[in-house]
Design a protein around this ligand. Structure first.
Ligand code: XLS
Ligand code: NI
Ligand code: NI
Length: 436
């Protein structure tokens, strides 16, 4: 079999002192942190679309990156070669999971039947490669947003024909996910949203989305899909008003339409910041509701307002995120999917390795430090103490719902003057600084 990345050998852990750009300095798969190995904590996944499909095009010019498997003689051969390249990369980087959209795995055919046939063929090859290399499918999803037919949405399209077309696509994507033993199935509502209320029945569109997701859930459950369905919130881009704005919005939607048991959230760093939140906020909101499903790891650019999908490198952002994840007891059957792309001018074959090494090391370091920070427990103790007036006496009664507003008001009147309690934010930030 030809090598697609011949200049790179399997990336090894060499430790923090290493200056080798093709070695890990923090990610040491079998190192135990707390109760699990790094590989078990972090469950890194490679995003098929960016890593093996993203060619660096932008609104001002075409792609700058080409892939050797594009030269295959027909669509099925090209898809199989692309899989060979992808699995060579994943084995060399040491990622144990990957994620795809249907039309990253194969080129979309002229008809739904042709696309489905290609998917089945690619899945056969993917299954062999997964087994041979010990790599699992973290999640599959359907690209129901790129093709012009989805310009007004997929499940929320005002035209029923488009909704039915999307259903055929999603059904095949679920079938393929099941065939490959996928751990989760994702819905990112690419164009599920709207641009103007002047031409939109917002109420009906949301109801259609719920109906569609309910049907997908029922189909998956009938067809042996045991994993979670994940919704990936994003506030804007491509539509002005996305229905899955942020964690709170999606949780409200899942509760409204009775989908909390089968669905969880896939939280992306850059989507959190576009929504005006921090990444750790979005994670914590999902964790509180018991629906922290998985992560799309990247970072945005602080100087602009769109999804730049850069590889994650910010130590503070990741430390705070790992703190929430550890408090949650991990990410279960989810993982850390690098939904990130190398820059348009990163045109060497090695650049994809540098990018993943950087992201994996940044998460590994954040894991080590978040674990140590929580073992020390300074922040957790402070937070506990800050709320301790609710652990006893009337505070406790309040939490338990044993006080009326009248009783609470009487307590307020009787207690007289009291001291202010500092929130000590700067002190807390200094604690964090010790672990960055
Ligand atoms: C786009 C999304 C997308 C999803 C999968 O912003 O992040 O890549 O993760 O459809
Ligand atoms: Ni994403
Ligand atoms: Ni994104």
């Amino acid at each position: 079999m030809p090598q697609y990345f011949p200049t790179v050998k399997k990336v090894q852990y060499e430790g923090p002192e290493s200056k080798d750009p093709l070695a890990f300095r923090y990610y040491d798969a079998d190192r135990v942190v707390g109760d699990k190995t790094m590989a078990e904590h972090l469950r890194f996944a490679v995003a098929y679309w960016h890593s093996f499909g993203g060619k660096g095009g932008d609104p001002f010019g075409p792609g700058t990156i080409s892939f050797p498997w594009e030269k295959g003689r027909d669509a099925k051969t090209r898809a199989r070669k692309k899989l060979d390249g992808a699995f060579e990369f994943m084995e060399k980087i040491g990622a144990r999971f990957y994620c795809w959209h249907d039309y990253d795995l194969v080129e979309e055919g002229k008809t739904l039947a042709e696309s489905e046939d290609r998917m089945q063929d690619a899945a056969k090859h993917a299954k062999e490669l997964q087994k041979a290399k010990g790599i699992d499918l973290l999640w599959g999803t359907s690209n129901a947003f790129s093709n012009p037919r989805f310009m007004n949405g997929a499940a929320t399209n005002p035209d029923f024909q488009v909704v039915a077309h999307a259903a055929a696509q999603v059904k095949t994507a679920i079938d393929t996910t099941v065939a490959l033993g996928g751990h989760n199935y994702v819905f990112w509502g690419g164009r599920e949203g709207y641009m103007s209320l002047l031409n939109t029945d917002l109420k009906r569109e949301r109801e259609h989305m719920a109906m569609f997701l309910t049907m997908a859930r029922d189909y998956g459950r009938k067809n042996k899909f045991k994993g979670k369905f994940l919704i990936e919130p994003k506030p804007m881009e491509p539509t002005k008003h996305q229905y899955d704005y942020d964690s709170e919005t999606v949780i409200g939607f899942l509760r409204e339409f009775n989908l909390m048991d089968d669905f969880a959230l896939n939280i992306e760093v850059n989507h959190a910041t576009l929504a005006g939140h921090t990444f750790d906020h979005e994670l914590q909101v999902a964790a509180n509701a018991g629906v922290l499903g998985s992560i799309d790891a990247n970072r945005g650019d602080y100087q602009n307002g769109w999804d730049t999908d850069q590889f994650p490198t910010d130590p503070t952002e990741l430390l705070l995120a790992m703190r929430v994840i550890l408090k949650n007891g991990g990410i279960g059957a989810g993982g850390i999917n690098f939904d990130a792309k190398i820059r348009r001018n990163s045109t060497d074959r090695e650049d994809l390795f540098y990018a993943h090494i950087g992201g994996m090391d940044a998460f590994a370091r954040a894991l080590i430090n978040a674990h140590a920070m929580m073992e020390e427990g300074t922040l957790e103790d402070f937070v506990k103490q800050r709320y301790s007036s609710f652990d006893k006496g009337n505070g406790k009664k309040f939490e338990e719902g044993k006080l009326s507003l009248k009783q609470l008001a009487n307590i307020g009147k009787k207690q007289g003057a009291f001291d202010l309690q500092s929130g000590r934010q700067e002190w807390a930030e200094n604690v964090v600084s010790r672990w960055v």
